[in-house]
Design a protein around this ligand. Structure first.
Ligand SMILES: Cc1cc2nc3c(=O)[nH]c(=O)nc-3n(C[C@H](O)[C@H](O)[C@H](O)COP(=O)(O)OP(=O)(O)OC[C@H]3O[C@@H](n4cnc5c(N)ncnc54)[C@H](O)[C@@H]3O)c2cc1C
Length: 419
C-alpha cells in the first residue's frame, strides 16, 4: 500500500480511471473537478448510450488509433477493452456488443458508466472536490509539490500538497462539458510542448451547396478523401448531408485524416454510390432500367437506383436534360452517368469547429511523456491522461478506451512507491 497523496485535475473518463487505479494501490486520492458533477461529457457520448469501448482484438483495435499508436501500446496492455468490459460487469452494469464491435451498457444509458465509476471511487474513499478549478501545478526543484485550486463560487484559492499530480482535463471539443483546454496551459507552464490542436471526428464544410440534400443519409457507400492525387482516407458505410456540407460516421472518420491538411488547402471528397458494382455492371443496370421504361423522362427514371433527394443533383451533374426521354439518352451519356455515380465529388474547404468536434487532435507531445508510466519526462511526479495527450482514434469506442487505459496507467504509476 503506497499511502501517497495523489491529486487529479479533471473528473472525466480519464480522471476517474486514474483515481480508481491509484486508490486501489492504497494512495490517498483527491480529484478536482470544475463542473457541478463528475463525468459530464460521458452523459452525451454515443448519443446518450455511451459507446464505452470496442471489443475488437488487440491488433484491429490498435489499427484504429490515428495518432501515435505505438505510444499507446503499454497503456492498452495494462488495462485493455476486455478489462473495461469486465469492470462494468463486476460493477453490476452489464454490457452488450453491437455492430462494428461497439460496446454499450445493456441499459442503453450512458449514466451507467458514470455510476459504475463514481460508485467505485466512493467505495475506495476517493475525495472529489466539485465546482473547484485546478489553476496551477506547484513545482519545486523539478518535481510536483502540489496544485493551486480555486473554488468556483467563493473564488478562494488554496494549495493542496501532492506527491503526484495527474492532469486529465480533456481537450477543447464540446467546451460546454468543461473541456476548455486548461490542462494545455498548465502543461505549457510546466515546460511541455503542445502539438497543434485541431477539431477531429467533426463534420466537414463543402464549397458546393448541399442544402437541397440536407438530412439525406446514404448507407453502404464508399467515400475517399483525396489530397491532390494522394488518397488520405477510404471507408465504407454511412454518411449524411447537412446544410453546410457532410457528416455521419464515414465523414467523421475521414475528418481525422483531413484535419491538418485542411488548415492549408481544400481536399476532394469522392463518393461511390454503388460500391458493390463496377462501372460496367452499373451501366448494364442503368440500361436495364431504361429499357423497362423507354418513354420516361430521364429525371424520372432513376428512382430504382438513387434516393429521391439525390436525383436532382445527379441529373444536374450528368448534363443530360431532365426531360430527355430515356430512349434518347446516348450510350456515351449513359456511361458518363455510371461513372458519375461511382465518383460524386465535392470540394471540402474546412472542418467545423471544436463546438461540434467529438475529439481534439493534438495535445501534450508524446515524446515528453514516458509511455510505460504516463509520467512527464520533464517534471517528476507530473502525469498525463486522456484526451489532453497527443493521441486520438477513429469512432467506435476507441477514444474512451484511450481515456480508460492512459488514466489507469497514470494512476497505477503515480501511486507506485518511488525507487
Ligand atoms: C458528443 C460526443 C460524443 C462522444 N461519444 C463517444 C463515444 O461514444 N465513444 C467514445 O469512445 N468516445 C466518445 N467521445 C469522446 C470521449 O467523450 C472523449 O474522448 C473522452 O471523454 C475524453 O476523456 P477525458 O477524461 O480525457 O476528458 P473529458 O471527458 O473531457 O474530461 C475532462 C474533465 O476535466 C474537467 N476540467 C477541465 N479543466 C479543468 C480545471 N481547470 N479544473 C478542474 N477540472 C477541469 C472537465 O470539466 C471535465 O470533466 C464523444 C465525445 C463527444 C463530444
Amino acid at each position: 500500500m503506497s499511502g501517497k497523496q495523489i491529486v487529479i485535475a479533471g473528473c472525466g473518463a480519464a480522471g476517474m480511471a486514474a483515481a480508481i487505479a491509484a486508490a486501489e494501490q492504497g494512495a490517498r486520492v483527491t480529484v478536482i473537478e470544475k463542473n457541478e458533477k463528475a463525468g459530464k461529457k460521458i452523459y452525451i457520448t454515443g448519443k446518450g448510450r455511451c459507446n464505452l469501448t470496442n471489443a475488437a482484438g488487440r491488433d484491429s483495435f490498435l489499427e484504429k488509433i490515428v495518432t501515435n499508436p505505438r505510444f499507446f501500446y503499454s497503456a492498452f496492455s495494462g488495462f485493455n477493452n476486455q478489462d473495461m468490459m469486465g469492470f462494468m460487469e463486476k460493477s453490476g452494469f452489464p454490457v452488450k456488443i453491437e455492430r462494428g464491435n461497439r460496446v454499450f451498457p445493456v441499459s442503453d444509458h450512458a449514466s451507467d458508466v458514470t455510476r459504475a465509476l463514481t460508485l467505485r471511487m466512493q467505495k475506495l474513499g476517493v475525495r472529489v472536490l466539485l465546482e473547484t478549478e485546478a489553476v496551477r501545478p506547484e513545482i519545486t526543484d523539478g518535481r510536483i509539490a502540489g496544485l493551486l485550486i480555486r473554488g468556483r463560487k467563493d473564488k478562494e484559492e488554496r494549495e493542496i500538497p501532492a506527491d503526484a499530480l495527474i492532469l486529465a482535463t480533456g481537450g477543447l471539443s464540446y467546451p460546454s462539458t468543461g473541456s476548455t483546454g486548461d490542462g494545455f496551459r498548465m502543461a505549457r507552464e510546466a515546460g511541455h510542448r503542445v502539438t497543434e490542436l485541431l477539431p477531429a471526428l467533426v463534420p466537414l464544410e463543402t464549397e458546393e451547396d448541399t442544402s437541397p440534400m440536407m438530412g439525406l443519409s446514404l448507407k453502404n457507400v464508399e467515400v475517399r478523401m483525396l489530397d491532390g492525387k494522394k488518397e488520405v482516407y477510404r471507408g465504407f458505410g454511412e454518411m449524411l448531408f447537412t446544410h453546410f456540407g457532410v457528416s455521419g460516421p464515414l465523414i467523421l472518420s475521414a475528418s481525422s485524416f483531413a484535419a491538418k491538411r485542411l488548415r492549408k488547402h481544400s481536399l476532394r471528397l469522392s463518393i461511390d454510390l454503388k460500391p458493390a458494382l463496377t462501372e460496367e455492371e452499373l451501366d448494364a443496370r442503368i440500361l436495364r432500367d431504361f429499357d423497362g421504361e423507354k418513354n420516361r423522362d430521364f429525371a424520372n427514371s432513376l428512382g430504382h437506383l438513387l434516393p429521391a433527394a439525390l436525383i436532382p443533383e445527379i441529373v444536374r451533374r450528368s448534363n443530360i436534360p431532365a426531360d430527355r426521354k430515356v430512349n434518347a439518352v446516348t450510350r456515351a451519356e449513359r456511361r458518363n452517368l455510371a461513372a458519375l455515380m461511382k465518383h460524386v465529388t465535392y470540394t471540402v474547404r474546412a472542418s467545423r469547429g471544436f463546438g461540434e468536434a467529438i475529439i481534439t487532435q493534438g495535445g501534450v507531445n508524446c515524446r515528453e511523456i514516458n509511455p510505460s508510466t504516463m509520467e512527464s519526462k520533464l517534471v517528476r511526479g507530473l502525469y498525463f491522461a486522456g484526451e489532453m495527450i497527443d493521441l486520438d482514434a477513429e469512432t467506435g469506442g476507441f477514444n474512451l478506451q484511450i481515456a480508460w487505459s492512459t488514466g489507469h496507467l497514470a494512476g497505477m504509476s503515480a501511486a507506485a512507491p518511488e525507487e
